[in-house]
Design a protein around this ligand. Structure first.
Ligand code: ADP
Length: 539
């Protein structure tokens, strides 16, 4: 027997129209280039979004046409987030920090027809214009920067186009599986790959962020996504705010700790989200600030050191809420909330739970398998295997790419090595490509980093494996000392003594000025490895 319920498509048009109707007076705030702030209500934003859909018609963007963005987080970017998919196009957020040849590759591969670019970013994009084979128009969004606007017929002005366009009254998506947006992975190996989200996946994912045991994001929140809108859709938060009717604060180009802390304080932000490097930089900035409104600091994208999470607990009274995910998982896969049945564990054990990536989200399944097979391993907290996931907001394939990330039995291969304990807490041991095999045994670079970063004089630490004649590979720790601290390699080794197995302790500890970062602000072990390999080759 079939259920007798309505089968209404899950689409972003519903999210948009509900926000337009119910939250007219709620605010979207954007920090601008000159240090000012622009404020717009959802009502005015919705009207502009409908006009923007008209602009896409006027520019002749085809059905399914890819609408590129090359922009900071802003209210205008949020207009694009809804105008493109709700009018049947596909939003394609380009990562502004990719190397130029990668931007060219990605825009050509996705076949972007237009790119909306912030004026402050035009000097980065315009030199590539002639190589972007399918882009006919560049629409400049004037964010107050003084970058020169070249005199070229391909360049149009956002506000002028908006003023001339008619608002589109009828936004309807019939097929919930229609593409709504795409994001390319930042391509740590090989070319970036396109993940294509559907209206259905984005709607369900936005709803998942509102669940009480994930972020409990609600209409009462003021949300600051420090995570860029080009990094897995600002982790889904930009859609979630519209669904919930929450106020949103867009940080614009200034992501310095001071600017972010000021926004949190002055806009009374309740939820802020960013990668660990953002929160590491912010910690010293918090002294003396009124952070009373802040209830949730979401952190993910790479391992969150326990010392960082506990540091926030001491300073703000709130630990960081760790989440795990990937561009391929929309991105929320798991969230490290503490089960009510476990709250009476010791402080140390609780800190350990918070330092895990937590419990798999509702509607997503996870398993760990023996590497290279589909042999499922037990949830015993010690068996290590590749983490695999499946669910309605998990990628089933890449855009125009033969290689599939999905196993023959339908699970996404994450490339992360993890353990899962009997309570369901997932711990990421390493990325497959970062694990260190020394004398036939695995060393977790993530765990070593965690321990090193617990040293009070350490600001950042990244551990990589380098070839070793005797052991196959040995860990090398690259450590950045806190400003003004005097720290030696020997201090670090001493500190590790007793905290990790003896054979884990790196013989080589390098004190460096800064850990290189990827385009989305994660530690770039690829760059670190290259640095040491070059050094070895020239020795
Ligand atoms: P890229 O692969 O280019 O870094 P993604 O943002 O999609 O782009 O990265 C996803 C990866 O980030 C995951 O596969 C995982 O290795 C890592 N990651 C995400 N969240 C966490 C976390 N909380 N702890 C450890 N690693 C994480």
């Amino acid at each position: 027997m079939q259920g007798l319920m309505q089968d209404v498509p899950l689409s972003l048009t519903h999210v948009f129209e509900r926000a337009e109707r119910l939250w007219r007076d709620k605010e979207i705030v954007t920090a601008t280039v000159g240090g000012g702030r622009e404020r717009i209500t959802y009502g005015a934003w919705a009207e502009r979004t409908r006009r923007l859909a008209g602009v896409l018609d006027d520019l002749g963007i085809s059905k399914d046409g890819r609408v590129g963005t090359f922009a900071w987080n802003s209210a205008r970017h949020l207009e694009l987030y809804f105008a493109a998919p709700c009018s049947g196009r596909v939003l394609h957020t380009l990562n502004i920090r990719l190397f130029p040849e990668q931007v060219v590759y990605v825009a050509n591969h996705a076949e972007d027809e237009v790119v909306f670019v912030d004026r402050s970013l035009l000097p980065l994009l315009w030199p590539l214009a002639d190589q972007l084979e399918t882009v006919k128009t560049f629409v400049v969004m004037d964010d107050g920067a003084d970058a020169e606007i070249p005199d070229d017929p391909r360049i149009r002005d956002y506000e002028e186009l908006l003023a001339a366009a008619s608002p589109v009254a009828d936004l309807a998506i019939e097929d919930e599986n229609q593409a709504a947006a795409m994001c390319y992975t930042s391509g740590t190996t090989g070319n970036p790959k396109g993940v294509v989200y559907s209206h259905r996946s984005m709607t369900l994912h936005a709803m998942a962020t509102m669940l009480a045991d994930t972020f409990a994001l609600s209409e009462r929140d003021v949300v600051l996504p420090v995570v860029p809108q080009f990094h897995a859709n600002a982790w889904g938060l930009a859609h979630a705010v519209a669904m919930a009717g929450a106020s949103i604060v867009m940080p614009g180009p200034d992501l310095s700790p001071k600017a972010i802390a000021t926004l949190i304080e002055e806009e009374r932000v309740t939820i802020a989200a960013g990668v660990p490097t953002i929160w590491m930089g912010m910690l010293p900035e918090l002294d003396g600030r009124d952070l009373d409104a802040l209830r949730l600091i979401i952190c993910g994208g790479s391992a969150v050191p326990r010392a960082l999470s506990e540091g926030y607990r001491e300073k703000t009274g709130r630990p960081i809420l760790q989440a795990w995910g990937m561009t391929e998982t929309s991105p929320i896969g798991s969230v490290a909330t503490v089960k009510s049945t476990l709250v009476d564990r010791s402080e140390d054990e609780l800190a350990g739970l918070r330092a895990s990536v937590g419990l798999i989200s509702p509607l997503v399944d996870c398993r760990i398998v023996e590497s290279g097979t589909i042999d499922v391993l037990p949830w015993d907290g010690s068996a290590q295997g590749e983490l695999q996931v499946r669910g309605p907001w998990i990628a089933a394939g890449y855009y125009a790419e033969e290689r599939s990330p999905v196993t023959e039995d339908g699970w996404l291969q994450t490339g992360d090595v993890a353990t899962i304990d009997p309570e369901g807490y997932i711990r990421i041991v390493d990325r497959t490509k970062d694990v260190i095999k020394s004398g036939g045994e695995w060393i977790s670079s993530v765990e070593l980093e965690n321990e090193i970063m617990a040293h009070p004089d350490v600001a950042e630490a990244a551990v990589i494996g380098l070839p070793d004649q005797k052991w196959g590979e040995r860990p090398v720790a690259c450590v950045v000392a806190k400003d003004g601290a005097s720290l030696s390699a020997e201090d670090v080794k001493q500190f590790l003594n007793g905290r990790v197995a003896k054979w884990w302790i790196p013989e080589r500890v390098e004190l460096i000025d800064e850990v290189p970062k990827t385009s989305v602000g994660k530690f770039s072990k690829k760059d670190l490895r290259a640095r040491f390999e070059e050094e070895a080759a020239s020795a």
